[in-house]
Design a binder for this molecule. Sequence first.
Ligand code: SF4
Length: 381
Amino acid sequence: MKLNLKNPSEVKVSLLSYGIDCDIDIFANYEGDFYENLYVYGNTNQAENHHRFPQVLLLGNGVVSAFLRRERSPWTLRIKDGNCVRLYHRGEYVQDVRLPEIPAYYGKRLSDSSLSDKIIAVAGEQTPGFFIYPKCYYFDEGTFCKFCSLKPSRRTVASELEASFENGKLAEATRLFQNTPWRDMPIVSITAGTARTDEETHRGIIEKIRTVYNALDPKIPIHILVHPPHDLAMIDEYRGAGITSIAFNIEVFDRELFAKICPGKNKDYGYNKWMEALRYARDVFGDYNAFCGLVWGLEPPENVKRAHREYLDQGIGITSNIFHNDPKTPMRRHQHPSEEFIMDIAHDQQELYNRYPEARTIFPMSMRSTIDWEIHRRDYR
Ligand code: SF4
């Protein structure tokens, strides 16, 4: 299979599969500013705080891609004339890429003098939101998901990011990003880690969402990625707090692999209950507004394709992340999925979007580690 490197969406497939081989200091002398990776939940570039890397690369035609620094990739970067970033494949020039702009609401001080950059988390290129409750008790139990680097990242490169999200600060930060003229803001993105008890989920997650929602004016959709609660009735509370769509990512479709890769989710929650929570959320939020995410590259593409059919048939939305092997995780040596692997699922998913026209993507724009939006736009013909 040969990708069309004139199509930014196919370049993205290859970049997510191989990463980019470049010097760790490549952006040290870049002349100009860009929105740097803050490593909110993972340090895939093996970077330290003083290394500058963009959170995403802008490939053109609205397509953004995660920046993954990987040795021995056929992709390389060169910086010409101080700020022209050029992308090469096996030594051949492919295209120039742009770096993401720093959000206009960054670099501002809140009333307690904390810096907005440490509080507001930008998903993809431009979707504001928060990573509230940035911890997961599965790390304390030694049963964390084997690809996840939330805890090691929060201890190192991301140690200065806000972790407590006191309510006043959240409301102020919400007003700041909504009232600062910058880009269109169709949705707010909230990510939350995993609390041990429903009571903690209520206090540490749902109440915080309510604060964000109350501060929004005008009200816009709020999406959350979170672990399902034990008491399913709490899913109604998410809706009551202002959430408009929700993702409970099971990550792996195959039950045995799920138990191996996500031992905490398997032991303390369980596969069947996870699916029950998704169906409950579908009933609360409406068809295709409750999403189940899989990580492509943890199991054969046939599994992912089968899962997609099962979920869509039940009115559950599909969403994905393409696996990247982060340092300090048990899966640090696991191969990234190949270009063929990614394209195989992409073609299948494109067909499914034809068959289930109500199914949509979570975000109405390109995001960094998934090609859902590009598939939905029919970019892989
Ligand atoms: S549930 Fe798994 S993926 Fe989510 S934060 Fe915990 S370890 Fe990471």
